[in-house]
Design a binder for this molecule. Structure first.
Ligand code: H2B
Length: 114
């Protein structure tokens, strides 16, 4: 494979575990607008971001793609004209892990870059 400027996290050396609903809620307390949907075992953390128009929404989606690729962690996205619902969970733990919280923090930080 040709060398890439983009670094990608390798999760194969990490042992991740599922957070309890209480742990998820504790972590989300510091993340504006993020909530736990469903229970921690089968649910996701989610936030709906609102934008002025489709262009802004898609700019957000494209910027998000960089984080998703770098973290090798890919949110479910529901994209509409002026909003994007972002949901995260971790398949190999069957729930929500620190990786999801970390990605949510990175997405929030992305929007504060401007
Ligand atoms: C091997 C690879 O890291 C995994 O399949 C990744 C890919 N993207 C992922 N994205 C999300 N949201 N959750 C995961 O558990 C996940 N697993």
């Amino acid at each position: 494979m040709s060398p890439s400027t983009l670094q990608q996290k390798d999760w194969s050396q990490h042992k991740r575990s599922a957070l309890s609903a209480e742990q998820v809620r504790e972590q989300l307390a510091g993340l504006d607008g993020w909530q736990l949907l469903g229970d921690a075992g089968h649910g996701a953390i989610s936030k709906t971001y609102r934008f002025a128009n489709f262009y802004e929404t898609m700019a957000f989606v494209n910027a998000l793609a960089l984080i998703a690729h770098q973290q090798d962690h890919h949110p479910d996205l529901e994209v509409s004209y002026d909003r994007c619902k972002v949901s995260l969970n971790t398949h190999d733990v069957g729930g929500i892990s620190e990786t999801d919280i970390d990605c949510a923090r990175r997405i929030e930080a992305l929007l504060k870059l401007a």
